[in-house]
Ligand binder design. Sequence first.
Ligand SMILES: [Zn+2]
Ligand SMILES: [Zn+2]
Length: 303
Amino acid sequence: MLDVCLLGTGGMMPLPRRALTALMTRFNGSSLLIDCGEGTQVAIREKGWSVNPIDIICFTHYHGDHISGLPGLLLSMGNADRTEPLTMIGPKGLRKVVDSLRIIAPGLPFDIIYREIEANEQSFTMAGYELEAFRVDHSVPCFGYSIVIPRIGRFSVDNAKALGIPVNLWGILQKGEKVIYEGKEYTPDMVLGPARKGIKVTYCTDTRPADIISKKAEGADLFICEGMYGEEDKANKAKENKHMMFTEAAELAKKAGVSKMWLTHYSPSLVRPEQYMDEVRAVFGEAYPGKDRMSVTLGFDDE
Ligand SMILES: [Zn+2]
Ligand SMILES: [Zn+2]
């Protein structure tokens, strides 16, 4: 099971009733955060989730509305006596940006591991998550992320029996690990069918529409995408500022064949995102205006 929470839906600045856009997921006791603007730790608390199990923080880019909340979050994690290392992933310059912010958050009781993204597309595997970062089209280097929880193939009791594999090894092979027993090696492929569909969430904010987005979001259970403006007369502004219209996000969702799309990163000038949803749904039916702290629990298909 993967818990997913859109912590906020605002772009540019936090508003009294709209926190800045950030995503948090929980899987198997390990939490992941994407982006950390001003007030993100407040949004986490308002949701009732904890900052302590955050093992990974990914950054889309280093505009203030996506990272200025980091020093406060780190201090809170330190106050909670975290000692396990924290991994950060982000575009080039990650260590420099974080070190600068850490002037006001020195002496943390845990290490930070920096993973700078070095290519336009890069994968990371950690804490049960498979992460795929992909370069999008914003005014500064910016990346979208797909979060995948892979699922191994079905265990075949018939194969295990036919091959004479001792029953006490079945559990190990079922986890996808190989084992050597009484001088013989047993591998998962002997008893597991083809990999099954896992869980996939794609998160993408601060960008113009781009082919890479629909390619990387393909088949996602949930696609969280920026929509800075709903009003048709803002199309030029969206282009100039390297952001998207709601309907442009919907086109990407349709092309990617995702199950569901949530919009986020609204302009502070956009008061009621709901009022533009008819046009959005004319393009892609399963589109919803994101709301602060909106969440869902995604399971494997037959769970
Ligand atoms: Zn932004
Ligand atoms: Zn930006």
